[in-house]
Design a protein around this ligand. Structure first.
Ligand code: SDX
Length: 431
């Protein structure tokens, strides 16, 4: 990173030159690390709207131009030419794999999909209707109780084994949660199937009869996982970095990321979009909900719209919308009324002055749920699917954070607005 300086002058005339760092592309950053020591003040940016938490080589987003690239490769090209396993290798190792590297990586993932049998027994303790995200974060957190042999973050081999286990086992844990919810027996993974075929097998196969995997469904899932794989310092990825920065067990850091993703403002939005579309029910009701979304006194927001970074179309939404058409047509699913309602809602919102002025466009979550449902995946599992795709991004960022020789524990400061100092009052004197 090259450096210039940004001169800051305090009200009493004291100046401080703050270094400017330039990255490969995107906005420069002002290094404020010395600000408190030199000027006795903190920066203040709730929600980190204008604050960079780290430097990273992994993913880049240009919110104005609608650009998203993983390790420099545009997501559109990866969506067209690559696979989720190849993209996972790219995110973890920084380069596209050779044929031999890809074959070895794929083999490693295929042969680490089973869970410890003790971990499977956890599912007997959950209520049948437990939310799958609650089960996912709990069981992933429990991995730190099983894998003590590979949690030395200083050891590159341990980092690789941890990365492979997360990527390989999340679909198995997700499928076990789904089977508990529907009261069906758990289906063990199969090493002869690729990543998405295996997930469909574990979700939808039953011991009573053969299950035929639909290649269109596997292809649609693979594309959705590519599009969800990483997204810079989003809420859940920042959570993984923060939890990992204390040196916590990496499986616990991933479990923290899963918890953060669950929120409806973040990964929980895909589930909320379907609930919203079902509540709207018919195109004639769209106007009422658009007005609700614009009403400052109404907490309702148009789920699947808006983004902290994209002030233009989310490139992932564009790709997913096109895939929606294809999947619904090829699968012959009857969900087209919901998809048609989504298209109508999108057009009304995009032509509304409020949404145009605030740069509110459809985001990745607006269409993904329609495809998941067309594949037979229930709404309650949508955020779990997001977590499976994002797990490789979380892992890549944990590896980058833990490998940083200048890394330190993440510990933000604050603006204190509480009570001034006061003395303890005995209970007899309290009114
Ligand atoms: C994801 O960070 C990531 O990269 C996330 C993600 C990833 O891949 O990791 O891309 C995945 O989380 C996508 C976002 C999914 N969430 C939703 O679809 C929920 C609905 N969207 C909103 O909650 C909201 O748009 C956020 C949370 C996504 C972004 O919120 P910001 O950046 O904090 O923006 P904001 O709340 O300050 O909104 C700016 C203005 C506000 O109005 P004013 O206070 O300026 O008058 O726009 C309004 C908001 O009220 N607004 C909306 C709106 N989103 C923002 N109004 C109606 N409907 C909406 N959806």
């Amino acid at each position: 990173m090259s450096q210039d300086a940004f001169r800051l002058t305090s009200p009493d005339g004291k100046s401080l030159d703050l270094p400017i760092h330039r990255g490969t592309c995107g906005p420069d950053v002002i290094d404020v690390a010395t600000l408190y020591r030199e000027q006795g003040v903190f920066t203040y940016d709730p929600g980190f709207v204008s604050t960079g938490s780290c430097s990273s080589d992994i993913t880049f987003i240009d919110g104005e131009k609608g650009i998203l690239m993983y390790r420099g490769y545009p997501v559109e090209q990866l969506a067209e030419h690559s696979s989720f396993i190849e993209v996972s290798y790219l995110l973890l190792h920084g380069e596209l794999p050779t044929a031999e590297q890809l074959a070895a990586f794929d083999r490693t993932i295929r042969t680490h999909t089973m869970l410890n049998e003790g971990m499977l027994r956890f599912f007997n303790g959950f209520r049948y209707d437990a939310h799958p995200m609650a089960m996912l974060s709990a069981v992933v957190g429990s991995m730190s109780a099983y894998y003590h042999d590979t949690t030395n973050a200083e050891d590159p081999e341990h980092r690789d084994i941890f990365s492979h286990r997360i990527l390989a086992k999340l679909p198995t844990i997700a499928a076990a949660a789904y089977k508990l919810n529907i009261g069906q027996p758990f289906m063990y993974p199969r090493n002869d199937l690729n990543y998405c075929e295996n997930l469909l097998h574990m979700f939808f196969a039953v011991p009573a009869e053969p299950y035929e995997i639909d290649p269109i469904a596997a292809e649609a899932l693979d594309l959705l996982f590519i599009l969800h794989a990483d997204h810079e310092q989003n809420c859940s990825t920042s959570t993984v970095r923060m939890a990992g920065s204390s040196g916590a067990n990496p499986y616990s850091a991933i479990a923290a990321g899963i918890a953060a993703l669950w929120g409806p403002a973040h990964g929980g939005a895909n589930e909320a979009v379907l609930s919203m579309l079902e509540e709207i029910g018919h195109a004639k009701n769209i106007g009422k909900y658009i007005e609700k979304a614009k009403d400052k006194n109404d907490p309702f927001r148009l789920m699947g719209f808006g983004h902290r970074v994209y002030k233009n179309f989310d490139p992932r939404a564009t790709i997913i919308r096109e895939m929606c058409h294809k999947v619904l047509a090829k699968l012959g699913r009857k969900d087209t009324p919901l998809f048609d309602l989504a298209l109508e809602l999108e057009q009304v919102a995009l032509n509304d002055d409020y949404f145009k002025q605030k740069n509110l466009y459809p985001n990745v979550d607006f269409y993904s749920g329609i495809i998941y449902r067309a594949l037979g995946i229930p709404t309650s599992m949508f955020t779990v699917m997001f977590a499976i795709g994002r797990s490789v991004g979380w892992t890549a960022h944990w590896r980058e954070m833990i490998s940083d020789p200048k890394g330190k524990i993440a510990r933000p400061r604050q603006l204190y607005t509480g009570s001034p100092p006061r003395d303890y009052v005995d209970i007899a004197q309290r009114k």
